[in-house]
Design a protein around this ligand. Structure first.
Ligand code: URA
Length: 200
């Protein structure tokens, strides 16, 4: 279905019953940020805090994401829009199953059609495998831009994975610097230089 209005899209999405994840949710986590932004970040699915608050990336991994964005001068409310592959919390934060991802994808497609992003950043392996390539290897291919239907697509490590494995943080900062450079190339951000120091 094509939507020409965010209001109708959001209203329909919030009452979605297309998969079993509806049974365990407190609420649907639709997405937040700047609907006019040309950069779309896509995570995997809501965790406990997101399910409680109704917003993506508001728990510990979201706080770390904010730090990474700040390190390259980006603000989630101004420079991007953030959504997830699945919009309802999977039980015990397990990976969303292929049929749950497939059932939920039309909502993300409709959001993408309204935003018309120039850049999509996949946060973690699940989003990268769904949106870039099913055999995407996040450890080898993070930070690389792939062109898909006129959109520059890149995946970076999921902030939760960075909190579990701090050794991966410098690589993730390089990804954010690459994003900033791509935004500058596309005229979406003013040229600026940033320190090459990973966030603690
Ligand atoms: N992890 C995700 O992938 N998405 C969220 O919204 C929160 C944590």
């Amino acid at each position: 279905m094509t939507y020409s209005s965010w209001e109708t899209l959001k209203k329909d999405c919030l009452s979605c019953e297309k998969c079993q994840l509806k049974n365990g949710r407190t609420q649907v986590v639709f997405g937040t940020g700047n609907r006019q932004a040309k950069v779309l970040f896509i995570g995997e699915g809501p965790g406990e805090q997101e399910d409680k608050q109704g917003k993506p990336f508001v728990g510990r991994s979201g706080q770390y994401l904010d730090k990474m964005l700040a390190a390259v001068g980006l603000d989630r409310n101004k420079d991007l829009y953030i959504a997830n592959i699945v919009k309802c919390r999977p039980p015990q934060n397990r990976d969303p199953q292929p049929e749950e991802q497939e059932a939920c994808l039309p909502w993300l497609r409709a959001q993408t059609a309204l935003i018309r992003p120039k850049i999509i950043v996949c946060l973690g392996r699940i989003a990268a495998m769904k949106l870039i390539r099913p055999d995407f290897k996040i450890t080898r291919e993070h930070g690389i831009f792939f062109e898909k239907a006129g959109v520059a697509m890149m995946a970076t490590l999921h902030p939760a994975a960075l909190l579990r494995n701090p050794a991966a943080k410098p690589g993730a900062l390089q990804d954010m610097l690459a994003l900033r450079t791509k935004m500058e190339e596309l005229g979406l951000a003013e040229p600026e230089t940033f320190p090459d120091e990973p966030c603690p």
